[in-house]
Ligand binder design. Structure first.
Ligand code: PMT
Length: 319
């Protein structure tokens, strides 16, 4: 690996429970590597960039984890085992359908709730009209849990994310072409190096702070070249200026030499993405009609990727 990346990691604070998490990842990979099994790493949500060691303030981004959490479900439905590397408190597979008050609104107390609460036996049946929405999701979740095909690993800061990404990548290396990386997290390109960060909360009495951010090296480079040279790696490219989208996506492919970039524009990301390869690009869209009947764009993206990944595995195995 390039000394630049090694040097960067040597100054990057690792999560305190990194060794325990590595063990979880290793055990998950061992359990899920029977013949023909495919494992996908889905990264999801945004990374924070702390401004202080004892972090009170940090720079964050918009990502809610919708893309990653929905995609993880569709990968599971398509037979993959899934490592879901997600920003703590962003959306998670299955739970994402019932966030906030919507979940409490699905429940009702029974008529004799008052007396029963006294003896601690209050029942919370699901409302008749909510059961139809809850049951299929619950059944899918339980089946995934029983088969042990989902491992969820939370991160918060950019440093946590980068260490965990490397740990998962190294564990997936043995899978060769059967590993798929789906890098949907919104990862900061900027950070404050540990030795330039104040220890304690910045004080307003000191006047307006001057914050100087440094560039984060793109870890796609060591990931593709060193950590997982035989895997099927898919990155995402987010832009706000449509005219840059395809050229930036293709630029990433040329530079990092991975398999595919899924390009999206911030405002339209829920109904349109462009799949960019070195020599072609095409759109995947969901129409308003499809959205009304609960079709999610991630279902289409994952179906398309599964085909590409299967083809990649077949070709790799013939070599
Ligand atoms: O979560 P949602 O609200 O549903 O939004 C989904 C999404 C818009 C976040 C998602 O679809 C998306 O586009 N994710 C990638 C956003 C992003 O970080 O783009 P980028 O252009 O900054 O980075 C491009 C690629 O480089 C990413 O795949 C990233 O994993 C990788 N990267 C980024 C920073 C870094 N230091 N090293 C990297 O390798």
């Amino acid at each position: 690996m390039s000394s630049h990346i090694e040097e960067f990691y040597s100054c990057l604070p690792a999560p305190i429970d990194l060794e325990e998490t590595k063990k979880l990842i290793k055990d998950f990979c061992c359990r899920n590597t029977e013949t023909d099994c495919k494992i996908v790493l889905v990264t999801s949500g945004g990374t924070t960039v702390p401004l202080e060691h004892n972090t009170v303030r940090f720079v964050d981004n918009f990502s809610a984890g919708t893309r990653g959490s929905a995609s993880a479900e569709y990968f599971l439905e398509n037979g993959y085992s899934v490592i879901f590397l997600f920003r703590l408190k962003s959306l998670e597979p299955y739970v994402r359908h019932f966030t906030g008050q919507a979940f409490l609104d699905m429940l009702e107390t029974n008529k004799s709730g008052k007396e029963k609460r006294i003896v601690g036996e209050l029942a919370f049946p699901v409302k008749q009209e909510s059961a139809a929405a809850l049951l299929p999701v619950l059944l899918r979740y339980q089946s995934v849990k029983e088969t042990g095909r989902l491992l969820c690993i939370p991160f918060t800061s950019l440093a946590d994310y980068l260490w965990l990404l490397r740990a998962v990548s190294e564990s997936l290396a043995d899978l060769g072409p059967r590993a798929l990386l789906y890098l949907a997290a919104a990862v900061s390109d900027f950070y404050i190096p540990a030795n330039e960060m104040p220890t304690h909360k910045m004080q307003s009495e000191a006047g307006p702070p001057t914050i100087s951010l440094q560039l984060v090296p793109k870890v796609l480079e060591p990931l593709v070249n060193n950590w997982l040279p035989h895997a099927f790696v898919v990155s995402f490219k987010l832009e706000t200026d449509e005219s840059l989208l395809i050229s930036k996506a293709r630029g990433a492919l040329t530079k990092y030499k991975h398999k595919l970039v899924i390009a999206n524009i911030l405002q339209t990301r829920k109904n349109k993405v462009v799949l960019v390869t070195t020599d072609s690009h095409y759109e995947i869209v969901v129409t308003q009609e499809e959205t009304n009947s609960a079709v999610e764009i991630e279902a289409k993206i994952v179906a398309d990727l599964k085909q590409k990944h299967d083809h990649f595995i077949a070709v790799s195995c013939r070599r």
